[in-house]
Design a protein around this ligand. Sequence first.
Ligand SMILES: Nc1ncnc2c1ncn2[C@@H]1O[C@H](COP(=O)(O)OP(=O)(O)OP(=O)(O)O)[C@@H](O)[C@H]1O
Length: 112
Amino acid sequence: MAARWREMEGNLLIAEQLQYNRVELQQTVDKGVPSLNTEQRVVFDAVINDAMSCDKHRPGHAYFVHSAGGCGKTYLCKLIASKLRAEGKIVLCVASSGIASLLLPGGRTAHS
Ligand SMILES: Nc1ncnc2c1ncn2[C@@H]1O[C@H](COP(=O)(O)OP(=O)(O)OP(=O)(O)O)[C@@H](O)[C@H]1O
């Protein structure tokens, strides 16, 4: 799906995604990654390695991250999005409700 979107001209989502300041995002990553705890770091590395090595011949995987409230899932997701956007990747952050989507950078509801 992502590969086909890239071929489309005038796609608003792609245009939005390519407007991030990659230098600022990399600074956020450089500051944030050392602060991750062990569990967060394991997920961060797994998702980033997977996303960076996937292409049209090798699709990425879905990851389910579970913890009690307030343990850093959102923090981790934001850092993952920052890292991939800093690398020029397109990241669509979605949540099931509008309120939840406000917690994610560039977030929107999955159905919007
Ligand atoms: N590695 C970290 N370093 C510094 N602060 C962190 C770290 N992980 C999480 N936090 C902070 O802890 C607080 C709770 O984290 P976060 O909101 O990501 O948890 P959550 O698991 O998404 O919570 P919920 O399940 O309730 O949505 C936030 O203020 C976040 O900035």
